[in-house]
Design a protein around this ligand. Structure first.
Ligand code: MCA
Ligand code: AMP
Length: 495
């Protein structure tokens, strides 16, 4: 991966590459871009400082912060040194971070999140902790620097561990190799005709594959440029499209939903390509955007474990309600019995960190000696002309605004409320969020059922805010099967 980027970025070093949110003139910044040459130099210096601080190839490093050039530099410098980046959602609370830390045992953390330094050092007293400006790390003299070799991680070396709930259980670390990252970015570069002339507006967080593995890595591979925004603000997104002559926008359906209600939405029509993913884009929203802006949004399908898998075509019909056809290099099929989508290709991850059993369970092998197929946990249907639609999920998962919520993780926190005897959460359709977390509760005898506000307050210290229920429904019993397992699809949506 790294070799491919450095080759692209070495040419024409003065071309603009990244605009920091703080440098954006729309926010009072200087308008100064970080060029390709600046970025290469900064990532080289940073990688050498990380090495001088004692980090070695294969060490895990938690990286988290609002989007910024410093964050991108930190990320890429880790990859150049062969470190393994563990992106972490800034909304994580202590319990979520503790799980990640215990699971991947990082040696260092590069974090800009408020309060995380204390939290992380309490969780792991020997952890090397710094911010994305690498404050406090040793400087490296020219002679010492010469001896530090960069960009030599082999294709099979782990590069990122992305936490995701997979099909079951608590979040697991999906190990993506350097080769997986390259394959993931290369597939969309080719399919979406991504070139050095492109300019992306990127307001997706850099701790998920959508923003990181597609938005940032794709830009580095194609040699395009990117306007970084730290969060989604429709005014800033739309004005940036105009002011920076953007050509690309990538977003989750919740962002398109909010943009569709904004007076400035025709600005989307200036772009060469608008891509949606991470959750289903409703056919209705697809059509509404086409009617108001003339844009046929290109929907694609991916996963943390695989980067991108399937995409509507750049040329040809972008079919509402479908995710399209497999990307170059990706094979996809439906399991004949369950209808599960199974995939294989150079983009498919190496396995879950430290979990051989979970890894084995998530692959199926054929008799044909070809690579094993990864079980996505998504259910699909294929049209006669090969277009794939995602029609359901075999896995217990809620996707709210593009963020994954694993219901049992929420159940396990809410059940600790003293007035709750039984609880189960599930996703309910929502126009804005796609799915909304709703909690069904059986109160303890003699207690009032807690309100949703009370439940949110109770759980806020333990769960990232996007996992908190948005509605609560009191019931007499939670539907369960003969084994006592919650049957979530029998939880009836509130009116
Ligand atoms: C924020 N909140 C949410 C969500 N986001 N609640 C439910 N679902 C969410 N997704 C909470 C906030 O914590 C806050 O809670 C309240 O909602 C209001 O926040 P608001 O300002 O409206 O939200 P926002 O900050 O504008 O965020 C909405 C968002 C964001 C921009 C859509 O959720 C987002 O960036 N989503 C994209 C995530 C993503 O990149 N996913 C890709 C993963 P309170 O008021 O209680 O504090 S999937 C992936 O990577 C694969 C490979 C793929 O296919 O792409
Ligand atoms: P994550 O584990 O966060 O990478 O989420 C991956 C999951 O997001 C997939 O397994 C799908 O369930 C879902 N997903 C991604 N893109 C789409 C899409 N275009 N339509 C429907 N679901 C999607």
């Amino acid at each position: 991966m790294i070799g491919a980027w450095t080759e692209t970025l070495t040419a024409e070093p003065d071309r603009p590459l990244l605009l920091d949110p703080g440098a954006d003139p729309n926010r009072g910044g200087s308008g100064a871009w970080t060029t390709r040459g600046d970025f290469l130099r900064r990532t080289e210096v940073a990688a050498k400082r990380l090495r001088a601080a004692g980090l070695r190839p294969g060490d895990r490093v938690v990286v988290s912060g609002p989007s910024s050039v410093d964050l991108a530099v930190s990320h890429v410098s880790c990859l150049r040194l062969g470190l393994v980046v563990v992106p972490a959602n800034g909304a994580y609370r202590e319990a979520e971070l503790a799980h990640l830390m215990a699971d991947c045992t990082p040696r260092a953390a590069i974090v800009d999140q408020d309060g995380w330094t204390d939290l992380l050092s309490a969780l792991s007293p020997n952890l090397l902790i710094t911010t994305t400006d690498l404050a406090g790390l040793p400087e490296v003299g020219a002679a010492d620097g010469e001896r530090i070799v960069l960009d030599v991680a082999p294709p099979e070396a782990p590069a990122i561990i992305g936490y995701t709930s997979g099909t079951t259980g608590r979040p697991k670390g999906a190990v993506l190799t350097q080769a997986n990252l390259l394959a993931g970015a290369e597939a969309v570069r080719v399919a979406w005709r991504w070139t050095a002339a492109d300019r992306l507006i990127l307001c997706l967080p850099l701790f998920h594959m959508h923003g990181l593995g597609v938005g940032l890595h794709g830009t580095l591979l194609a040699g395009g440029s990117v306007v970084l925004q730290d969060g989604f603000d429709p005014d800033l997104v739309l004005s940036a499209m105009v002011d920076h002559d953007a050509t690309l926008f990538f977003g989750v359906p919740t962002m398109y939903h909010r943009l569709s209600g904004h007076g400035g939405v025709p600005a989307l029509g200036r772009l060469r390509l608008c891509v949606a993913g991470s959750a289903p884009l409703s056919a209705e929203l697809h059509r509404r955007l086409a009617d108001t802006t003339g844009v046929s949004v290109l929907e694609r399908y991916g996963m943390t474990e695989t980067v991108m898998l399937v995409s509507n075509p750049y040329d040809g019909e972008r079919r509402p309600g479908s995710v399209g056809i497999p990307l170059p290099g990706v094979e996809a099929r439906l399991d004949p019995d369950s209808g599960e989508i199974q995939v294989r290709g150079p983009n498919v991850f190496a396995g879950y960190w430290g979990r051989p059993e979970a890894t084995a369970e998530s692959f199926v092998s054929d008799q044909d000696d070809g690579p094993a197929w990864f079980r996505t946990g998504d259910l699909g249907a294929v049209d006669a002309d090969g277009y794939l639609s995602i029609i359901g999920r075999a896995k217990e998962l809620i996707i709210s605004g593009g963020f994954n919520v694993y219901p049992r993780e929420v159940d396990d926190v809410l059940i600790k409320h003293p007035a709750v005897a039984e609880v189960a959460v599930a996703g309910v359709r929502s126009e804005e969020w796609g799915e909304e977390v709703v909690a069904w509760l059986v109160p303890v005898a003699g207690h009032e059922c807690p309100s949703v506000e009370e439940l949110r307050e109770f759980a806020r210290g333990h769960l990232a805010a996007y996992k908190l229920p948005r509605r609560a429904v009191a019931v007499d019993a939670i539907p369960r099967n003969a084994l006592g397992k919650v049957v979530r699809h029998e939880l009836l949506p509130p009116d």
